[in-house]
Ligand binder design. Structure first.
Ligand SMILES: [Zn+2]
Length: 152
């Protein structure tokens, strides 16, 4: 279910809930007026009042269950925590991306992550392929992390 679908369904549930609360209020007033008319000591609420009350409770339960889904943003490259991690892998120890200005011990330009230089083998795939540190421009391209030749 998409974020937009959840939002639409929740909006419709809110409308139904508001209408049912009005209906419940009307049915309650009707039952209380009937009791007063007949000088009854107890108010008897109708089966319809019970159904409306149960429906409101069901809607409130559904709204509570979908609250987290409505609040959580849909996954995308923009909000993906893994993309943020990948993006940090070329930073030097001073926190600058490789090639960016870094006036500290890197010199004028960041020398990047000394542990993961572009082209460095950083792991292996199930089929014995190489996982390599891609060049800076390719770091968000998953295919760039795999070197096609087999590791023999
Ligand atoms: Zn640096």
């Amino acid at each position: 279910m998409t974020q937009q679908t959840v939002t639409d369904l929740r909006r419709e549930l809110e409308k139904a809930r508001a209408a049912l609360i009005d209906a419940q209020s009307h049915l309650s007033a009707h039952a209380q007026a009937n009791a007063a008319l007949h000088c009854a000591t107890e108010v008897f609420y109708s089966p319809l009042h019970a159904k409306v009350t149960a429906a409101i409770a069901g809607i409130e339960h559904a709204l509570a269950r979908t609250e987290q889904a409505a609040a959580a943003p849909e996954h995308s490259d923009v909000n993906c925590p893994w993309a943020g991690l990948i993006g940090d892998l070329d930073r030097c120890e001073h926190g600058r991306h490789e090639g960016d200005d870094c006036g500290t011990t890197c010199g004028t330009r960041s020398k990047g992550n000394p542990h993961m230089k572009p082209g460095a083998v950083i792991g292996y795939t199930l089929r014995r392929g190489l996982i390599v540190m891609p060049h800076r421009e390719d770091k968000y391209t998953p295919a760039a992390w795999y070197q096609q030749e087999k590791n023999d």
